[in-house]
Structures are given as structure tokens and as C-alpha cells.
Design a protein around this ligand. Structure first.
Ligand code: FES
Ligand code: FES
Length: 152
């Protein structure tokens, strides 16, 4: 099976029903994607599938054959962070970090689409991503900052 992951063509020869999150983490060493609930409720496992956020715990690798997958590893490097990563760092948008990769990927798709930086619109966009630590306000602020800087 061929899949494009973070802009590289990758082959997978294992069981076609292996979950995408497991293939990413176990077969390709992309452990940035986190697992929370394992049932499509928390959004911790969010990756982009052809540019759209999806829960990688609910998708089998055979369902994404030929598609493009982006994980949090595609966003930035420690020495050159993505604007959203910068913003989460500055605004305190991450605490334990389990929800953060999923939040970042949902927000990255929103940023790319030129999303509305108003807090209500961001809350709605991130409604599928749950956080047990931050109380959300710092996350909303982080995304709003990155969106407004993007529009300058
Ligand atoms: S781990 Fe996939 S939605 Fe919670
Ligand atoms: S920072 Fe811990 S779950 Fe969000």
C-alpha cells in the first residue's frame, strides 16, 4: 500500500485494517500523534487527510491508500517552529501536551483556510479536540494570535 506521509511516499505491507494511528506510531516512528480515548471523542489523534482533520484512531490504513497524510512532525522543527507552535509556547497553550498535536493539526488546517480569528469561531473549530488541563482559554488565545499574525 502506498501513502504519502508528510510529503514522502511510504509503503506499508502490514495488515490493511491496522489503525492509521498505529501505523504512524509503530511502523513509521511518528510518535507525535497521541492517543486519548481511542474512540473518536477526544481529537488527540488528529492528523490531516488530504488537508482535512480526521481522527486517526478511527481509520484503517487501507482507507487512506494513495492519500496524503500530515502529522504534527510536518509542522515545524525545534529550531524553526511553526507559527502555531510558537504561539502555543508563548501563550501557554500546552500543559501535559497530550491534546496538543491534535489541537495543532486542527488549527493548522484552519489557519491554512484563512479561518476567522474570533474566539467563538475558534472554539467552534476546535470543538472536536478536548483538553483536560488548560481550561481552553490559553489554547483559544494561542490560535487567535497565530491567526491574526497570519493575516498581517
Ligand atoms: S484517540 Fe482518537 S479521538 Fe480520541
Ligand atoms: S494540555 Fe493536557 S490535555 Fe490538553
Amino acid at each position: 500500500m502506498q501513502v504519502k506521509i508528510n510529503n514522502k511516499n511510504r509503503s506499508f505491507n502490514g495488515t490493511p485494517f491496522k489503525r492509521l494511528i498505529d501505523v504512524l506510531r509503530e511502523d513509521f516512528g511518528l510518535t507525535g500523534t497521541k492517543e486519548g480515548c481511542s474512540e473518536g471523542e477526544c481529537g488527540a489523534c488528529t492528523v490531516l487527510l488530504d488537508g482535512k482533520p480526521v481522527n486517526s484512531c478511527l481509520i484503517s490504513i487501507c482507507q487512506v491508500e494513495g492519500a496524503a497524510i500530515e502529522t504534527v512532525e510536518s509542522l515545524g522543527l525545534p529550531e524553526k517552529l511553526h507559527p502555531l507552535q510558537e504561539s502555543f509556547l508563548r501563550e501557554g497553550g500546552a500543559q501535559c501536551g497530550i491534546c496538543t498535536p491534535g489541537m495543532l493539526m486542527t488549527a493548522a488546517a484552519y489557519l491554512k483556510a484563512g479561518g476567522d480569528p474570533s474566539p467563538d469561531a475558534i472554539r467552534e473549530e476546535l470543538a472536536g479536540n478536548l483538553c483536560r488541563c488548560t481550561g481552553y482559554q490559553h489554547i483559544i488565545n494561542s490560535v487567535a494570535k497565530a491567526l491574526s499574525e497570519n493575516k498581517k
